[in-house]
Design a protein around this ligand. Sequence first.
Ligand code: URA
Length: 292
Amino acid sequence: MPHTLDPNLRRALAERVRYCHEMGIYDFYRRGPRVSESATVAAEVDVVSSTSQELREEMAARKPAVVARIAEEGIFETLTPKPEHGVADPVAALKLIREDLGDCTRCKLHKQGRKQIVFGVGNPRADLMFVGEGPGADEDTQGEPFVGRAGQLLNNMIKAMGIRREDVYIANVVKCRPPGNRTPERDETETCSPFLMRQIAVIKPKVVVALGAVAAKNLLAMNASMSELRGRFYDFMPAGARSSDPSWQGTKLAVTYHPAFLLRDPRQKGEAWKDLQMVMKFLGLEPPKKSE
Ligand code: URA
């Protein structure tokens, strides 16, 4: 018999689904057969209201490790297997993700002037990964992230950390250029970020650095200002990664300013350098000697 959802349950479910979408989880499975309509609805109310309350508390406490907990809670029986699952070689696994992305038409960006998809570049076994917002005009032309002016500054930041661009992996939340370099819209990030999550799950970097608020908010699924987001490490596990995977050592995530912002406000470079020094300390990196 059809029943009307209690408004609180509806709200809690909507919040739960929105949260999962932000995490890149789109496939939901009902757990087990229904015992009785009313018993199941009552159980669902319990699960949803307690977990959404938990999530609210966790998000308020800024603990993005909730991603791992979602998988472990068993709320979703199965996450759809992906072609790269079980592929040990990260080069081959990334290739499979790229093939899965194909000539993507999943969101409206494909018909808004993008020249090509900008997948990602760098060392598939990198300890350090940078995540930006989305390709700009230069990236769209060259098919590689961060190759324009902001990219030159990012290269300098990487060099100052005592490493080379080829040592790290660089990707964006959305893989197609938003028209006029506008901020990617929610439906676009929701559609594209599962591919970023899969890239991170394959590369398993020790540290992900989110460049700017769009990347940070997307990766951490939290809405906070840059001043709140910066200055600390977060435990991070990409949605869809298997927390039971023994090769998963746990990734840290740090937030710093987007290089394009630093070009506009170079006074903040010192703050960005503090963020990078925190990452360097964690990774045991030393800045290059003056002569290098
Ligand atoms: N800005 C981004 O966020 N990503 C790029 O690849 C280039 C500029």
